[in-house]
Design a protein around this ligand. Structure first.
Ligand SMILES: NC(=O)c1ccc[n+]([C@@H]2O[C@H](COP(=O)([O-])OP(=O)(O)OC[C@H]3O[C@@H](n4cnc5c(N)ncnc54)[C@H](OP(=O)(O)O)[C@@H]3O)[C@@H](O)[C@H]2O)c1
Length: 182
């Protein structure tokens, strides 16, 4: 395993993944907009030196790109990215890919996607040095009902995908599709 991770959207439902990566020995950079949410994450860990907190809005592509580029410079490279980026920011992931593919080392991109990606897979560029892995967030059937995943289930599923280095994985289920929650 490498030692430098970046978790985009890592102060929300992926907070458990950010904390786990730090415990697993990574230095973890976390992107979110709200400084207080980022700070709360570090306080949960008790190891502030294990994190870089990067408050930035990924819709502001130029600023976002700058933040990623300066992280790469400061840390000397990034080995692992976990990206949960809303579809309202289509330029954010390409910006990350461009900035990180300029580095020499191979890096892994774990792209966390909502269930819609099952029917409409996002187009992601193939860039040098990047091993792309997709994680689909599905749902759970419970008797006659269905529900979306909890943060804990998402954390466990994303951890498993990273540990297994799985090129494609589904957390929960995406079939039967017509039983997904409305
Ligand atoms: N299939 C499923 O079951 C499924 C799929 C997706 C979500 N969910 C559930 O739905 C809940 C809500 O999802 P969510 O994505 O709104 O919540 P979330 O993961 O709790 O928050 C999104 C994360 O991205 C950051 N973020 C959001 N917009 C950003 C922006 N413009 N620039 C930079 N960072 C940004 C947030 O921090 P800031 O707010 O500080 O920016 C936070 O760290 C989750 O808690 C999860 O349980 C379920």
């Amino acid at each position: 395993m490498g030692r430098e991770a970046l978790v985009i959207g890592g102060s929300g439902m992926l907070a458990g993944v950010s904390l786990w990566l730090q415990e697993a020995g990574y230095h973890v950079a976390v992107i979110g907009r709200d400084r207080k949410k980022l700070q709360a994450l570090v306080e949960r860990s008790g190891r502030p030196e294990g994190f870089s907190l990067l408050p930035v809005d990924y819709h502001q592509t130029d600023r976002f790109r700058e933040v990623v580029a300066s992280l790469v410079r400061e840390r000397g490279g990034i080995d692992l990215v976990v990206a949960w980026i809303h579809s309202t920011a289509p330029h954010a992931l390409p910006a990350v890919q461009q900035e990180l593919s300029a580095q020499r080392r191979t890096w892994r991109l774990f792209h966390v996607c909502g269930s819609r990606a099952y029917k409409e897979p996002p187009r992601v560029a193939d860039v040098p040095n990047c091993l792309y892995r997709r994680i689909l967030l599905g749902f759970r059937l419970q008797g006659d009902d269905s529900r979306w995943l909890t943060n804990e289930e998402i954390t466990v599923g994303v951890r498993a995908a990273i540990q297994g280095d799985l090129p494609f994985s589904v957390v929960g289920q995406v079939e039967p599709w017509d039983r997904r929650p409305v």
